[in-house]
Design a protein around this ligand. Sequence first.
Ligand SMILES: C[S@@+](CC[C@H](N)C(=O)[O-])C[C@H]1O[C@@H](n2cnc3c(N)ncnc32)[C@H](O)[C@@H]1O
Length: 266
Amino acid sequence: MPNIVPNIVVDWNSHLYRQFEDERTRPARDLLARIDLETASLAVDLGCGPGNSTELLVTRFPQATVIGLDTSEDMLKSARARLPGCRFEKADIAAWHPGKSPDLIYANASLQWVGDHERLMPRLFSELAPGGVLAFQMPDNREEPSHRLMRETAAEGPWSQIIGDAAAVRLKVLPLAAYYDMLAPGAAAIEIWRTTYHHPMPSAAAIVNWVRGTGLRPFIDPLSEAQQAAFLSDYEKRIGQAYPPHPDGRLILAFPRIFLVARRKT
Ligand SMILES: C[S@@+](CC[C@H](N)C(=O)[O-])C[C@H]1O[C@@H](n2cnc3c(N)ncnc32)[C@H](O)[C@@H]1O
């Protein structure tokens, strides 16, 4: 069965998202560092968010036309303000086809929101120019306390019916070997790795704020303001128990992510 994401609209908020921009951009840099392209004439940033990942592409490939795509008006507005010289377009990755074949299709922390990877990944790979590179990073944190506790808070509260299966909005990433098998037949080279970042956080509230910008949105968006406050307070208590403070008072948020860089055959 293909892993298909239900069509629930997640309301992205660039202001909340940018609160942890340094931490979120670190994997974008690590992904870019492994891309073995000297130059690019066209690079596309899928799910560009507020333009933090797009900015890295512009710096790395100053001669290239760089296009950022996103479904969120709020994210696109923020990206345009950051990089006025760049092209940002509203587009759904699931339906997107480039007019001209890009040398680089780059997606940092976005493809986990797009379903049916078994079709999506080979299709994106086939859109590349010969010798072009597909590079993506996706969080692999569904089983971390931060995400397990969202599901528990949702299931055990009076809001369980309203929230429904919010966790299904974000795709369960496939085993790494599955991505290898999808892309290997057309690839000259593939590199895949998984890294766990450990972020020191000042408090349980800060962890809640971090995930409010991303994974928590499908859980709290359907709730009224009062229900959101009650949900967040219950969730924060659970987070406090799951992430005990270290001697310096900080909590360590473990955040596993998977990376793939594949170069198309020439
Ligand atoms: C976690 S943010 C990543 C932003 C940025 N790439 C970065 O590196 O921080 C995910 C972005 O993907 C966008 N997104 C989610 N689903 C999408 C889709 N189907 N098509 C286009 N963009 C999508 C969201 O609007 C959001 O801006």
